[in-house]
Design a protein around this ligand. Structure first.
Ligand SMILES: *Cc1c(COP(=O)(O)O)cnc(C)c1O
Length: 385
C-alpha cells in the first residue's frame, strides 16, 4: 500500500537522537531551547514554545489567551478534531464557519457574515477565531486581522499542515496577523519529532505564560513569584499547568529534520505540480492555489464529483484502496462527529463543507514519494475513471 503520508528519517536524524540517548539529559536539557531557536529563526517569530503535540499547543494557547467557560472559539469544520477539542478542554464552546469553495480553508466572507449577524442579533461573538491553513495553504489572514479589530477577537493559526509555507511576505508562523501560530510534528506532517508541536508568537507575556503552562504552572523566575524566595531550591506553582514538554530526544530529531525542511517542501511542491499536470485531463477537481501564497503541500486533496465522472467518491475510494493506493479523506466535518451531536450543529449551515466532504479524496503525497509510486497512483486513478 502506498500511504497518503509518511516520515523521512535519515542516518543523521538517527545519530542525533542516539547522541542524546548517551548524554546527561533525556529531557529539559540543552537541545530543547536550540530547537525552539531554530524554529524561531526559520519562520521569523520572536518566541517559540515547543510542546508534546499540536493538541497540547492548542490547549495551552487557548488557556494563555484567557479563554473562559462562557466563551466561544470559532473555527473551520474542515480540520482534525483537536482544533475544536482543545476549546472544549477549557470548558468553552465551539462554533464553525463554512469553508471556501477553492481553498477549503475557512471562507472569510462567511466569517464576516456570521460576525455581522451575531453582532446585530446580540448572539455570542468569538473570543478566539482559529484559522486552519488547510493542506498547507494560507488563509486570508490580513482580512481576518481587520475583522478582529472590529469585533475584538484573538486569532490563532492552526498551521499543523503549514510549516514551510509562504504567505504575507514571509513564512507562516511569523504571526504578522495573529496572536499565536501552532505547528504539529506528527510523522505524517512536514517535519516530525515522533509526537510534538510548537507555538510561535511575538508576544513576550504570552510566551512566558505558555512556558509556565507547559510545565505544571511552575516558575523559577523571582519576578513572577508571589512570595520571597526561601532558598536556592525554591520554585513556585503560580498556575494550574500540565506536563506538555517535548523531550530532548524529540527536539534533537526535530532539529535534525529542520535542516532538510526546504528540501522536503521543494519536493512536495514538485510532486504536487506533477499531479496537477498528469491529472489535468481527468474528470476531477484539483486543489486550487491562491496566487499570493505558496503552499507547503501537506496534502493533495482532489474532489471526485459524480456530475463530472459519473462515479461517486465512495466507489472511487474503494477501487483505489483495492489497487493498493492509500487514499484518505481530510476531513470528516467536526460537527458530524457523534461526540459533537450534543451541541446541535446543523449541517445545512455548511453547504460548501458538506459538498466538499461528499467528494473529497486525498492522494498520497510526501517528500519521499517515488515517481514510479506517484505514477501508479495516477495510472490507477485513470483506470478507475
Ligand atoms: C495533526 C493535526 C492536529 C493535531 O496534531 P498533533 O500533533 O497530533 O496533536 C491539529 N490540527 C490539525 C489541522 C492537524 O492536522
Amino acid at each position: 500500500m502506498i500511504p497518503y503520508g509518511r516520515q523521512d528519517i535519515s542516518e543523521d536524524d538517527c545519530s542525533a537522537v542516539l547522541e542524546i540517548l548517551k548524554s546527561d539529559w533525556l529531557t529539559q536539557g540543552p537541545v530543547g531551547p536550540i530547537f525552539e531557536d531554530a524554529i524561531a529563526s526559520y519562520v521569523n517569530a520572536q518566541y517559540v514554545v515547543s510542546v508534546s503535540s499540536a493538541t497540547a499547543a492548542l490547549h495551552i494557547t487557548y488557556l494563555a489567551l484567557g479563554l473562559r467557560k462562557d466563551q466561544y472559539v470559532w473555527t473551520s469544520p474542515n480540520t482534525f478534531v483537536a482544533t475544536a477539542n482543545a476549546a472544549l478542554y477549557c470548558g468553552a464552546s465551539v462554533d464553525f464557519i463554512d469553508i471556501d469553495e477553492k481553498t477549503y480553508c475557512i471562507s472569510v466572507d462567511a466569517l464576516e457574515e456570521k460576525l455581522k449577524s451575531h453582532s446585530s442579533k446580540n448572539l455570542p461573538l468569538p473570543a478566539i477565531v482559529t484559522m486552519v491553513h488547510f493542506a498547507g495553504q494560507s488563509c486570508d489572514m490580513k482580512r481576518v486581522f481587520d475583522l478582529s479589530q472590529t469585533y475584538g477577537f484573538k486569532i490563532v493559526e492552526d498551521a499543523s499542515h503549514a510549516i514551510g509555507a509562504d504567505a504575507d511576505g514571509g513564512k507562516i508562523g511569523q504571526c504578522r496577523y495573529s496572536d499565536a501560530c501552532i505547528f504539529s510534528f506528527h510523522p505524517v506532517k512536514i517535519v516530525t519529532t515522533g509526537e510534538g508541536g510548537a507555538i510561535t508568537t511575538n508576544d513576550f507575556s504570552l510566551a512566558r505564560r505558555l512556558t509556565e503552562l507547559r510545565s505544571h504552572g511552575v516558575t523559577r523566575d523571582p519576578q513572577r513569584m508571589m512570595k520571597v524566595s526561601e532558598g536556592p531550591w525554591y520554585y513556585e506553582q503560580i498556575d494550574l499547568g500540565f506536563n506538555y514538554r517535548l523531550t530532548d530526544l524529540q527536539s534533537a530529531l526535530g532539529l535534525s529534520q529542520l535542516k532538510r525542511i526546504d528540501k522536503f517542501i521543494t519536493q512536495r511542491r514538485f510532486l504536487a505540480q506533477r499531479y496537477d499536470q498528469c491529472l489535468a485531463s481527468l474528470p476531477v477537481v484539483l486543489p486550487e492555489q491562491h496566487p499570493d501564497g505558496h503552499s507547503s503541500f501537506h496534502l493533495y486533496p482532489i474532489k471526485v464529483d459524480h456530475t463530472l465522472s459519473g462515479l461517486d467518491r465512495g466507489s472511487v475510494f474503494k477501487s483505489m484502496r483495492e489497487a493498493g493506493i492509500g487514499v484518505n479523506v481530510h476531513y470528516i466535518p467536526v460537527y458530524r462527529q457523534p461526540y459533537y451531536k450534543q451541541f446541535n450543529y446543523n449541517a445545512h449551515d455548511f453547504p460548501v463543507m458538506e459538498n466538499y466532504y461528499e467528494n473529497a479524496m486525498t492522494l498520497p503525497l510526501y517528500a519521499q514519494l517515488k515517481f514510479e509510486d506517484q505514477d501508479s497512483v495516477i495510472q490507477s486513478l485513470k483506470n478507475i475513471l
